[in-house]
Write a protein that binds this ligand. Structure first.
Ligand code: UTP
Length: 301
């Protein structure tokens, strides 16, 4: 069986990025040359997904526009001798089918995923958060590893985790892994603790924006009670699966595949700097500029 359906939730309000997100989606903010969600879509295509469902909401039309073929723009570039720029629109030709549905009220990530119930049917599917990039320039193969592990383990959910510094566990859902790992990279998840204090965290393994679910996630989501702010949390539904005796497996991101979270300014700025400094065309000059800037800053005391 191959897993080719993916769900990309992009309906969140992005309030932590105001004012940048007042009238545009955070998923369309640029990181280096591309909007965040383009990296997500390219990652999904590279990992063999064919049908993508975006869970959208108010103010998210630009995401749909971005993936539409832009015939007028292409004609304009041809007619004005700017053929070299056509390569920048190559992504429009990806072998993907896009579907869109709207989450009318932002009732949390769990509620967003519930909107995929009909789309997914009885097939396993991936969830890739539209505000998170895996690996520099989205070269991540993690979702392919996740698909394999999902099928090998016959589990209800497979979740990607990233090891974060102890001071950061309070920002994420943290795994309580079984003592005996399945192998060097994967483990059975015994529990998930939402945003624990560092001394209460069972590990430093933070949920990292990529999941694969069997259809068994939907009854769990229906059962999940709204939590803080009236939101239905995806982690609460995963906990229900575990409590119901279902197998949930975690897989660690490799060191080379950092998760870039574009949900707050600190990590957004870091992601932008990282991608810009290592841009194949502009990176070298930018690194030199940054060094000079930091040097001058240091001298000024
Ligand atoms: P966040 O947890 O960062 O929430 O969403 P948010 O509402 O977008 O941002 P803040 O907290 O107001 O700053 C993680 C991912 O889940 C999607 C978001 O679009 C983002 O890709 N999401 C979140 C939804 O699709 N629907 C929701 O109701 C909440």
């Amino acid at each position: 069986m191959s897993i080719t359906n993916a769900v990309v939730p992009v309906a969140g309000l992005g309030t932590r990025l105001l004012p940048a997100t007042k009238s545009q989606p955070k998923e369309m903010l640029p990181v280096g040359k591309r909007p965040v969600v383009q990296y997500v879509v390219e990652e999904l295509e590279r990992n063999g997904f064919k049908r993508l469902l975006f869970i959208t909401g108010t103010n998210k039309d630009s995401i749909e526009n971005h993936f539409d073929p832009s015939h007028d723009l292409i004609r304009y570039l041809r007619e004005t001798g700017k053929e070299d720029l056509l390569a920048e629109l190559e992504f429009e030709r990806a072998d993907l089918h896009f579907f869109y549905t709207r989450q009318k009220m932002q009732r949390g990530l769990g509620d967003a995923v519930l909107h995929a119930e009909e789309f997914a049917g009885h097939q396993p599917f991936a969830v890739a958060l539209g505000d998170s990039i895996l690996g520099r320039h989205a070269n991540s193969k993690t979702l392919s590893r996740m698909k394999e592990a999902f099928l090998d383990n016959n589990c209800a959910a497979l979740v990607a985790f990233e090891e974060v510094p102890a001071a950061e566990v309070k920002n994420y859902g943290i795994a309580a892994p079984e003592k005996e790992p399945l192998d060097g990279q994967s483990f059975v998840v015994r529990d998930l603790i939402e945003k624990p204090a560092p001394d209460e965290a069972p590990s430093r393994l933070a949920v990292a924006a990529r999941y694969i679910f069997s259809e068994r996630i939907f009854p769990a989501l229906h059962e999940t009670k709204p939590g803080k702010g009236g939101e239905i949390q995806l982690t609460d539904a995963i906990r229900l699966l575990i409590r119901g005796g279902e197998k949930v497996v975690g897989i660690k991101l490799p060191d080379a595949e950092q998760r870039y979270d574009i949900g707050n300014f600190e990590s957004y700025f870091q992601a932008f700097i990282d991608f810009a400094l290592f841009d194949p065309v502009y990176g070298e000059k930018l690194r030199q500029y940054t060094q000079e800037l930091l040097q001058a800053h240091k001298q000024q005391g």
